[in-house]
Design a protein around this ligand. Structure first.
Ligand SMILES: Cc1cc2nc3c(=O)[nH]c(=O)nc-3n(C[C@H](O)[C@H](O)[C@H](O)COP(=O)(O)OP(=O)(O)OC[C@H]3O[C@@H](n4cnc5c(N)ncnc54)[C@H](O)[C@@H]3O)c2cc1C
Ligand code: FES
Length: 273
């Protein structure tokens, strides 16, 4: 069997989240399984392939959700598609976020921008099994109010978790001012608003590359050990299966050993964080 051969799938539904991001529900077999944090290689014939994280919970069967921001050739082509159209995927690939091994523990998610989709399936799984986990905190920041993703789930997350949200600036994406009566400031600063100790919690960080150093520093100042912290690292990918070396960070392959890494495992790698 050719490992690069994608499977033809059907788009079941398209949901527009904001001006540049949509969620595509893709029909898969009921036997399809994934770990939250894993990705698929999504392709459009004649255009190319792109790695995209699965953003639905592993408990949702018969489909997967992909949250896609329009940035380049593949994502622009996918954004033109509608329900009923065919699309191609291979995977799931990579290592996802831990679930069983963190049962009973408090969890603090620190997410920036497009860092929310890879973790959304994990959040929704954990919230559906709250009795198995400790206190759940979701700290989420985006550039502007229009960049916030999955706003329709915020009320539910507020009811079931300690959910704090912020934007870098109360502006429209074009830089003009907009109405926003919520918190303004970088996502990392939301850690200061927590009113309970997080030193024993599991910390999950996903966001733009610039966020990681600051976020890890704040988690460590709050008393977390390196091994309590998980990060998802994105690198340019081609094959997705550990063959082409495009995604290499020293001796680690993001597509195979990651994208989710325990921080203790990568902290000494010079180009990782
Ligand atoms: C493990 C992993 C998971 C990912 N998960 C997701 C996800 O869930 N959702 C998601 O949306 N993305 C995700 N990505 C990122 C996504 O794979 C990349 O953005 C990918 O390059 C998009 O493919 P493309 O062909 O649309 O863009 P490309 O054509 O490859 O463009 C890549 C970059 O080049 C720049 N670029 C391209 N064309 C132009 C242009 N005309 N003008 C200005 N700049 C341009 C853009 O900045 C763009 O980011 C993930 C990446 C990895 C590694
Ligand atoms: S993308 Fe080819 S080795 Fe990771």
């Amino acid at each position: 069997m050719n490992i690069y051969q994608p499977q033809k799938r059907t788009i079941m539904k398209v949901t527009e989240l904001n001006y540049d991001t949509k969620v595509f529900r893709i029909k898969v077999s009921r036997g399809f399984t994934h770990q939250p944090g894993q990705f698929v290689e999504l392709s459009v014939p004649g255009i190319g392939e792109a790695p995209i994280s699965i953003c639905s919970s592993p408990e949702e069967k018969g489909y997967i959700d992909l949250c896609i921001r329009r940035v380049g050739s593949v994502t622009n082509a996918v954004h033109k598609m509608t329900a009923g159209d065919a699309i191609y995927i291979r995977g799931p690939y990579g290592v996802g976020f831990p679930l069983d091994s963190i049962k009973g523990k408090d969890i603090v998610y620190l997410l920036g921008g497009l860092g929310l989709p890879p973790v959304r399936g994990h959040i929704n799984y954990v919230l559906a099994h709250k009795e198995d986990f400790g206190r759940v905190t979701i700290l989420y920041g985006a550039r502007t109010p229009a960049d916030l993703l999955f706003k329709h789930e915020f009320d539910d997350w507020k009811k079931r978790a300690n959910f704090l949200v912020t934007v870098d600036a109360a502006k429209n994406p074009d830089g003009t001012p907009c109405h926003w009566d919520g918190c303004v400031g970088f996502g990392v600063a939301l850690i200061d608003k927590l009113t309970y100790p997080i030193k024993d919690a599991v910390g999950i960080i996903v966001g733009p590359p610039v966020m990681y150093k600051f976020a890890i520093k704040r988690f460590k100042e709050a008393g977390m050990e390196d091994r309590q912290i998980y990060v998802s690292l994105e690198r340019l990918m081609k094959c997705g299966v550990g063959k082409c070396q495009h995604c290499q960070i020293n001796h680690k392959y993001c597509c195979l050993d990651g994208p989710v890494f325990n921080y203790a495992e990568v902290k000494e790698l010079p180009e990782a964080i």
